[in-house]
Write a protein that binds this ligand. Structure first.
Ligand SMILES: [Zn+2]
Length: 320
């Protein structure tokens, strides 16, 4: 959550002697700083209790030059904090590596829920509602075509404070050359930033395919390639209870759980999610985002971790 620098002056601390020119300066500074933010309740907008894409009027009547400087400092600090909160990467020792789980010290019971193939109508918001009610932060692996179609759903994911990862533009499985791989990852990376100001260097190949050129490109570009250690196996159309069992029975400390919020009808996943969260909590697990899990990882995680060598595990009703 963005913390606003407490030195940001309140209206009570402003003197009454400064000129209206200075007032205007303060207003324009804040307005300009927020102008470039996405048109939704951004974390910074939230912090200010304001909507973006409007010129914000500071709660003040007058401000001295020194106070304006202080405001500028507070804004710069808040913008830096905002950028940090919207950047999802990994410690250096995970960069360029492929992992399916993370070794955490003392086998701490932390686990990352991940949702692929969104943003998607109805089901992404269904997942978000369950996560919000249960105070869980997760990680969403977006597909470029879907993000392009449903940017407003994507913004809700960001507004709820979840982490974002790259799942390619087209969600194809076939072999690609370097140029195509660069386009698949790069064009989505650009769109994610354009629409949400998020920067992400976390990647998962569509279908979990490891040998079609995407993963080798991602590793060369120092993405961290994140597979999974628990698979809800929605592809086999389990019942709600089946899906719960698939996740809960394979959970492990430092684990990564693969589920889907997009690409088809995910109503079973939405229905199973409250029980999955409840049951994992009952077993002592805490939920973290993927980047948080990577932060908690021990340096030798990759050497002991075996990437899941399966193909097309998440190919289900890919309706697009
Ligand atoms: Zn996928």
């Amino acid at each position: 959550m963005v913390q606003i620098n407490p030195s940001l002056p309140s209206s009570r601390r402003f003197g009454r002697t400064a000129t209206t020119g200075i007032i205007a300066t303060g207003m324009v500074v804040l307005g300009s700083a927020l102008w470039g933010l996405p048109p939704f309740w951004s974390p910074l907008g939230k912090a200010f209790g304001l909507r973006s894409h409007k010129l914000y009027v500071l709660p003040m009547k007058v401000a001295t030059g020194k106070q304006v400087e202080s405001i500028e400092g507070a804004i710069a600090s808040s913008m830096a904090e905002l950028e940090k909160n919207l950047t999802f990467g990994s410690p250096k020792f995970f960069q360029g590596k492929t992992i399916d789980k993370v070794l955490v010290s003392n086998q701490e019971k932390v686990i990352a829920l991940t949702f692929d193939d969104g943003p998607w109508p109805v089901h992404t918001e269904g997942v978000l509602n369950v996560l919000r009610k249960n105070n869980v932060k997760a990680t969403f692996y977006w597909v470029g075509e879907h993000l392009n179609n449903f940017p407003n759903i994507a913004r809700k994911v960001i507004a709820d404070g979840h982490a974002i990862a790259n799942h390619t533009w087209n969600h194809d499985y076939h072999d690609v050359d370097k140029k195509t791989a660069a386009k698949e990852l790069g064009s989505l990376e650009e769109l994610i930033y354009k629409l949400t100001r998020v920067k992400t260097r976390i990647f998962r190949p569509p279908g979990g395919v490891l040998d079609n050129g995407l993963v080798s490109y991602a590793e060369n570009q120092n993405y961290v390639v994140t597979m999974w250690s628990s698979d809800a196996q929605e592809a086999s159309y389990p019942s709600v209870q089946g899906l719960i069992n698939n996740v809960v029975n394979s959970a492990s400390p430092g684990g990564i759980v693969l589920m889907h919020d997009g690409g088809g009808d995910r109503s079973t996943t939405v229905q199973a999610l409250p029980t999955i969260i409840k049951e994992l909590r009952r077993r002592g697990y805490k939920f973290v985002t993927l980047p948080k899990l990577l932060e908690m990882g021990e340096q030798d995680s990759t050497s002991k971790s075996t990437p899941t060598p399966k193909r097309a595990a998440d190919t289900i009703v890919e309706s697009i």
